[in-house]
Design a protein. Structure first.
Length: 469
């Protein structure tokens, strides 16, 4: 793995693309989009600016044509918010070196909108302009996952309020319609992960498919194969990019940890998955999202079942798990989160527990509705309506907790913030154990009190003997 990572780093730092970036030349570039656009804000004219991960196919610079398969980051305005993973585009701009720590070989400031490559143009025998769909922008948008996402987002537009923008985000990861104030509220309450395809989505898909298969009295092995096949279909439906594949792997491991109860086996699966993913793509080692996914899954593997087992016998197992799973994930992720954003989300755990009952219907029914939209749109109305109502409840809960006093508290920055949050996490586990084991706590307090009384009595008797001498 180390040799593979070194080779990747050498290609990034010493390859021809890096040489062109170091010269800061103006180039014409043909790239493959490999991820979703990320909004950077607005420019002086009020237009949106976007960052788009891409892979170079060829570059025309200084009279030379360079062919390479190197990762770069594109930044641009008009049209760049509509490109999708798997799309090939051509543009022009100035290529600059990437900042230290970035996985890309360079950053291209695009001077033009994304255009269709010449190799993809159809022969125009009738000398007529080619008609374009109004949502496609300057370059062709491929069918498949991108088209399904757009159709599902359009089908959800009739929903009222926050549901229209939040539902596509929770189901397919399409956050283009998400209200800015709702996005802020979800960041404040630690529920932003719900608007991306995460391990939680994949766990729910897997769990639902396993229950469905078992309801037909299929053997456990057959049910597992059916569930994995359904998860693969879900991954292909939303787009098999790196983040989705990572979420699928972590979701499968998390569900295995919760259902099997074999901590050692689940931990072994996690180690194997992390090793395999880093071998395939060493750049994941610098990805904060990958680190948080691993930590959240590790928390579920190590802590979720023990914490759930601490609950009193009168507490339903589903309720104990609903509290234990987000708590376990949050305990391990919190130190990293405060290193990125030095603030403490006071109601993050409560918000995640409160929205948990609504996440499952959004994910499962929304996923069912995605393929129905192009095939049987009239049949998709019912699951979209129910999933939309649940998404609306998630939004309402996030806004409620974000509006409470002290929802976001400042936290120390740097190593001090990481250390104090780690201590806070350990203290939280101890506090939960103390609260859920009152009998043992009382017994321990009484035992310590008895020992203290004996020590005091022994000390007094020793002092009396000294005084009497």
């Amino acid at each position: 793995m180390a040799a593979h990572a070194a080779m990747q780093a050498g290609q990034r730092d010493d390859g021809p693309v890096a040489d062109v970036a170091a010269a800061r030349d103006s180039v014409v570039i043909h790239v493959l989009i490999v991820g979703d656009p990320r909004e950077l804000g607005t420019d002086s004219r009020g237009s949106g600016r976007w960052a788009v991960p891409a892979e170079v196919i060829d570059i025309a610079a200084d009279g030379m044509l360079i062919r390479s398969r190197t990762r770069i980051l594109l930044t641009g305005g008009e049209g760049w918010g509509q490109v999708v993973a798997g799309q090939e585009v051509r543009t022009a701009g100035k290529l600059k070196p990437a900042k230290p720590g970035q996985i890309e070989a360079g950053v291209l400031a695009a001077a033009t909108p994304p255009m269709r490559p010449d190799s993809q143009r159809k022969p125009d025998t009738q000398n007529k302009p080619e008609a374009r769909h109004p949502t496609q922008g300057p370059a062709d948008v491929p069918h498949g996952p991108a088209q399904l996402k757009r159709q599902f987002s359009s089908a959800a537009e009739w929903l009222q309020g926050d549901a229209a923008g939040l539902l596509p985000g929770m189901v397919t990861g399409d956050t283009t319609g998400l209200d800015e104030s709702l996005e802020t509220a979800m960041k404040t309450t630690g529920t932003t992960h719900l608007t991306a395809v995460s391990g939680a989505n994949c766990s729910l898909i897997l769990g639902g498919l396993v229950l469905l298969a078992r309801s037909f009295r299929l053997a456990r092995g057959v049910a597992a194969i059916v569930a994995l096949g359904g998860l693969a279909a879900f991954v292909m439906m939303v787009g098999p990019d790196a983040s989705v594949l990572r979420a699928a792997v972590m979701g499968a491991i998390g569900l295995t940890a919760l259902s099997s109860g074999r901590q050692g086996r689940s931990l072994g699966f996690l180690c194997l998955a992390v090793t395999g993913l880093l071998t395939l793509d060493p750049s994941l080692g610098t990805s904060v999202g990958f680190l948080l996914s691993v930590l959240a899954t590790l928390g579920i593997v190590l802590l979720a079942r023990p914490i759930a087992s601490w609950a009193p016998s009168w507490v339903p197992s589903w309720l104990a798990s609903a509290v234990a799973v987000p708590l376990a994930a949050q305990l391990l992720c919190s130190p990293v989160i405060v290193a990125l954003q030095p603030q403490f989300s006071s109601y993050s755990l409560l918000t995640n527990i409160a929205v948990a009952p609504f996440v499952a219907p959004v994910t499962i029914l929304g996923t069912i509705a995605v393929p129905l939209v192009p095939l049987l749109p009239w049949l998709a109305i019912v699951p979209i309506a129910v999933a939309g109502a649940s998404a609306g409840m998630v939004a309402a809960i996030a806004r409620f907790f974000a509006g409470l006093p002290g929802a976001s508290l400042p936290w120390p920055e740097g190593p001090a913030g990481i250390a104090t949050m780690s201590l806070w996490s350990v203290g939280t586990v101890l506090l939960v154990w103390l609260v859920l084991h009152p009998t043992r706590v009382v017994s321990a307090v009484l035992w310590l009190h008895g020992r203290l009384v004996l020590l005091i009595a022994a000390g007094e008797s020793s002092l009396r003997r000294r005084w009497t001498r």
